[in-house]
Design a protein around this ligand. Structure first.
Ligand code: FCB
Length: 448
């Protein structure tokens, strides 16, 4: 198959940041270094929740192999690395005495980035809640946002002067909705009241963490949301309304509070009854000014109206080619979200694409798993969308590929391969894929 070339760095504005992203539980190996148990360990230990009941105990063993992994990032010519800190690695009980080995790990990692000229882009919470906090109700309990702010302060105190950028919470949608309404992610609940409380407390945790980080003098603070373009499954007005409801829940439920200090009406129609007391008074904290906004983008959905309780929609298959996640490939959605977010919410605030990529590898028939033309094509089409958004005047400052390594894809275990670098999960050997080499060629300006 002919290889698509990726646009060179020179095709983007001066100073545009290219990076790659991972998260702690998906790569580190949570069983190492004195990390405390998390709700993901419990979720994975419950039959039926995760494919093959796989968990993150070993993952990619990044805890021990971090230096070689940072060499791979630098070798590709990336400017920045979006990683996350594991709350339970640093505070095994969620609060109280820090684990010195956990603190030392992120010291080594951050210093390792700086030594290699890589900008550390930290996310404080990428989904592995310390079990002790899950035991008191997790994000349903308003104690959790307070404890999260304490964790943020600790991070600010220890690493703040070395971080290039910091975001408190990765994808509030997944932390609150997919985890408490759809039951797809830990803690695996399916309860509307739990969902409403989690939505609001995740937002509160974000706002309190921003204040705690600012209090420590940490700058360049942002938020990271995930967006999916919502198409109606047909032109039928009920399906159009179903898509609008999905859009409100999936895409606007967090942008609304963060930028307008309000939940969308289409969200309140279902969750309003169940929000915690005095929720309206907390937008002042939630709307803490940001220095940037990150968008994670992968796909679009087709929504049909269905009978039954709110939100009365169901997903339908669409016509476009899909990835190994069965996600349709729809780069126009990235362009349109960048433009819409700027116009409707963020104005001239700098935007970043903080995740974009695809799972591929199960279908290539390449036994080494390193020939990934579909990933190169996916990146090329989405970088074209990025260029279109830039041409339309979007203040987009960077683009991060998900992910550096094949890793633990949550409820789907290790079967879905998102990496630019192949990981053999028996030997844990890393082998850069063709997409890694294509990016390296596009990004490195030294001709090597
Ligand atoms: C995002 C998550 C990330 C990974 C990708 C595929 O929603 O932030 O951890 O699972 O999807």
């Amino acid at each position: 198959m002919a290889q698509t070339a990726l646009p060179p760095r020179s095709a983007f504005p001066e100073g545009f940041q290219f990076g790659t992203a991972t998260s702690a539980y998906q790569i580190e190996g949570h069983g190492f270094g004195g990390a405390g148990p998390t709700h993901w360990d419990s979720f994975a230990a419950t039959p039926g929740n995760v494919e093959n009941a796989e968990n993150g105990a070993v993952a990619c063993d990044h805890y021990h192999r971090w230096a070689a992994d940072l060499d791979l990032i630098a070798g590709a010519g990336f400017d920045a690395y979006r990683f996350s800190t594991s709350w339970a690695r640093i505070l095994p009980d969620g609060w109280g005495t820090p684990n010195p080995d956990g603190l030392a790990f992120y010291d080594r990692l951050i210093d390792g980035m700086l030594e290699r000229g890589i900008r550390p882009a930290a996310t404080l919470y990428h989904w592995e809640l310390p079990q002790a906090l899950a035991d008191i109700g997790g994000w349903r309990n308003r104690e959790t946002p307070r404890r999260f702010a304490d964790f943020a302060e600790l991070i600010g105190r220890n690493y703040g002067d070395r971080l290039w950028s910091t975001a408190p919470i990765n994808e509030p949608m997944c932390v609150a909705w997919l985890s408490h309404f759809d039951g797809m992610l830990a803690p695996g609940m399916r309860d509307i009241r739990a969902t409403a409380r989690a939505v609001h407390h995740v937002l509160l945790g974000h706002g309190l963490a921003i204040a705690a980080l600012r209090g420590q003098g940490v700058g360049n603070l942002g938020a990271v949301v995930n967006l999916e373009w919502a198409h109606p499954a047909s032109e039928n007005p009920e399906d159009v309304q179903a898509a609008a409801r999905y859009d409100a829940i999936y895409n606007r439920m967090f942008l609304g509070p963060l930028f307008e200090g309000a939940y969308p009406d289409l969200v309140l129609e279902g969750l309003g009854l169940h929000l915690p007391e005095r929720w309206e008074d907390e937008f002042g904290t939630i709307r803490a000014p940001l220095d940037w906004l990150g968008l994670n983008y992968y796909t679009c959905k087709r929504l049909a109206s269905v009978p039954g309780p709110w939100p009365h929609y169901a997903e339908r298959p669409g016509p476009l080619p899909v990835t190994d996640m069965e996600w349709e490939i729809y780069p126009d959605g990235l362009r349109d979200f960048l433009i819409r977010t700027t116009q409707e919410y963020s104005g001239d605030l700098p935007l970043y694409v903080t995740e974009n990529g695809l799972a591929a590898g199960q279908r290539t028939g390449d036994p080494s798993g390193t020939e990934d033309p579909s990933r190169i094509a996916y990146l090329a089409s989405h970088l074209e969308a990025v260029q279109a958004a830039l041409a339309a005047g979007v203040p987009l400052k960077g683009y991060f590929v998900w992910s550096l390594l094949d890793n633990y894809e949550w409820a789907l275990g290790y079967a879905k391969r998102f990496g630019l670098v192949h990981v053999d999960f028996d030997t844990l050997d890393r082998t850069p894929k063709a997409s890694y080499h294509a990016l390296r060629q596009a990004l490195r300006q030294d001709g090597t």
